[in-house]
Design a protein around this ligand. Structure first.
Ligand code: ABN
Length: 176
């Protein structure tokens, strides 16, 4: 087997003579850069990933911090859920307005219409987060009874400062 050892030693020395360390690094670098361009365009199966993401989104509970939440269909103000409260409770340090704007919104889950009371929360300056103006069923100011661009805190005795608005579920809207 000595001839074999000598043969491989000779070959290895030849390669080492012809190949500098720098050229070996250049070749490895080229290989890495090439694969960075080629790998992303290879036909990986991404379908299942998108399908899973869509399914998860469909299952997700309605987000009370988003203006498109069904209870906010006739909303005018800042969402209390973005201001330290929730869709139906005032943030600490504020109190619910004594009067409110009433809207009718359809719950997409059961297809029923519900009465929603939009009470302002009073006692702090305007929250300024998550402004939401959906105003379903609202009419301009000259029809006062159906106009909601109003500070409902004006009827409170302690303070008339408007902070944010809640959307309290009152009950199912009855058909006449
Ligand atoms: N109901 C919210 C609001 C408060 C002040 C002014 C306009 C609207």
């Amino acid at each position: 087997m000595r001839w074999m050892d000598e043969y491989f030693e000779r070959k290895t020395r030849e390669v080492a003579r012809r190949t500098s360390r720098r050229s070996a690094l250049v070749r490895i670098g080229r290989l890495l850069v090439g694969s960075a361009f080629v790998l992303p365009v290879l036909p990986f199966d991404r379908v299942s990933k998108f399908a899973l993401a869509a399914e998860a989104k469909a299952k997700k509970e309605p987000d009370e911090m988003q203006c498109d939440y069904w209870r906010y269909c006739a909303f005018d103000g800042y969402l209390c859920s973005c201001c330290g409260g929730s869709a139906s409770t005032c943030p600490p340090g504020t109190e619910a307005s004594k009067v409110a704007w009433i809207g009718t919104c359809r719950n997409p889950k059961d297809g029923k219409d519900y009465l929603i009371s939009y009470n302002d929360c009073c006692g702090k300056t305007a929250c300024g987060r998550c402004l939401c103006n959906t105003n379903l069923g609202e009419r301009p100011g000259y029809l006062m009874g159906v106009h909601n661009d109003i500070n409902w805190c004006m009827a409170n005795t302690n303070t008339t400062m408007f902070h944010c608005t809640t959307a309290v579920l009152v009950g199912v809207a009855e058909k006449r």
